[in-house]
Design a protein around this ligand. Structure first.
Ligand code: HEC
Ligand code: HEC
Ligand code: HEC
Ligand code: HEC
Ligand code: HEC
Length: 228
């Protein structure tokens, strides 16, 4: 008796009673999404590695320091009408003065020029004790490389902005970043994480120097041209 009754069960009824078994015989179509698992896993792995490589790793690799004083190039050009040469000049012997010394600032700042808190800090921490400001130089090259401003600015007549970017027009000093392993400034290897060059002022590494030299001179330089 009971066997006949069983036979009379519809597919749906069997499914209700033997659920999992029925599920196992379901047509392949409903399990089709499973092929997506390895693809999704690859996708997640790929994205998380990109995240590690592009976001976390640079974050770990580069240390960051603020400049001791927030110096505004823009303000000094406008309010004080100072030309670049009044602070960055060539000495008699052709050497470049670089970042100005405190005495260049004292011409004006012996007395307060305004009421800004940044100037007050500058006066109490550096002007009054007569202490030089320990500026971080973004373009600083390793000891082994030789560089001369006279050859580039006077002889080759290059603009500051070609190598440094628009520092002369900046309103604030940006943080100085350095590679924790080599201690070199991040500006040498550039800010573009993949190391691809966007514009000349993005970085100042050996290839960038060599590329312009080859362009201008029509031949590759020997190592000793730039190395001590
Ligand atoms: C009143 C003095 C003063 C004047 C004028 C001045 N600078 Fe500067 N410059 C500084 C000081 C101070 C620093 C160091 C702090 C900083 O990096 O902003 C500096 C830093 C720089 C640097 C960064 C070098 C590096 O790699 O760290 C560049 C490039 C520069 N100046 C270009 C210019 C140009 C171009 C002009 C003219 C448009 C100019 N400066 C006018 C005082 C001056
Ligand atoms: C030719 C005159 C002159 C020279 C040289 C000069 N300054 Fe100034 N500085 C000014 C004037 C003008 C102001 C604007 C004051 C104001 O209105 O608050 C100013 C403002 C400042 C401020 C405050 C800016 C702000 O963002 O609030 C700082 C800091 C400063 N100067 C640092 C320096 C340093 C460092 C040097 C030397 C590298 C220097 N100045 C050289 C004239 C000068
Ligand atoms: C051909 C590229 C190039 C040009 C053009 C150039 N610089 Fe530089 N500058 C450099 C390099 C590279 C350094 C780092 C030198 C080093 O570490 O020995 C530097 C360093 C500096 C420093 C810091 C120097 C120090 O040791 O304290 C200042 C300030 C500066 N440059 C300003 C200028 C100004 C202003 C101009 C335009 C008149 C200019 N530079 C033009 C490449 C250039
Ligand atoms: C945008 C072009 C340009 C860039 C960038 C550049 N240079 Fe030059 N450099 C020149 C030119 C042009 C001369 C030749 C000047 C002359 O006629 O004496 C020169 C000359 C020199 C000299 C003097 C030796 C010689 O051949 O006369 C040295 C050293 C030097 N460069 C090193 C460097 C270093 C290091 C860098 C990178 C930090 C660099 N240069 C970046 C264009 C460039
Ligand atoms: C046009 C100038 C120039 C020429 C030519 C040049 N270099 Fe360099 N080199 C540099 C500069 C600038 C640096 C520092 C920035 C960097 O690491 O890219 C450097 C860095 C290096 C470093 C890494 C040093 C360190 O402290 O990290 C080595 C190694 C090196 N150069 C070897 C050579 C050799 C070998 C040659 C000849 C085949 C050569 N260079 C030719 C400019 C030059």
């Amino acid at each position: 008796m009971s066997t006949t009754e069983e036979k009379e069960q519809t597919v749906e009824e069997q499914a209700e009673e033997h659920g999992p078994v029925y599920a196992a015989y379901k047509p392949a179509k409903s399990r089709g999404w499973r092929f997506l698992i390895p693809i999704a896993a690859f996708g997640v792995g790929f994205v998380s590695h990109l995240f590690l490589g592009w976001v976390i790793f640079p974050h770990l690799l580069y240390g960051k320091k603020q400049q001791p004083i927030d110096f505004s190039h823009q303000l000094h050009q406008e309010a004080a009408d100072e030309s670049c040469e009044s602070c960055h000049f060539f000495r008699e012997d052709g050497s470049f003065s670089g970042v100005p010394k405190l005495e260049n600032c004292l011409q004006c700042h012996e007395e307060p020029m305004g009421e800004s808190p940044e100037e007050a800090k500058f006066i109490t921490e550096y002007v009054e004790p007569g202490k030089e400001i320990p500026w971080h130089v973004y373009a600083r090259q390793p000891q082994c490389a030789f560089f001369s401003h006279a050859a580039h600015v006077k002889v080759a007549e290059l603009e500051c902005v070609t190598c440094h970017g628009p520092v002369g027009d900046s309103d604030h000093t940006r943080p100085y970043q350095y590679n924790r392993l080599t201690r070199y400034s991040r500006d040498i290897w550039g800010w573009n994480i993949a190391g691809l060059k966007k514009k000349t002022s993005d970085r100042m590494k050996m290839d960038d120097c060599a590329e312009c030299h080859e362009e201008r001179k029509g031949h590759k330089d020997a190592c000793f041209v730039c190395h001590k």
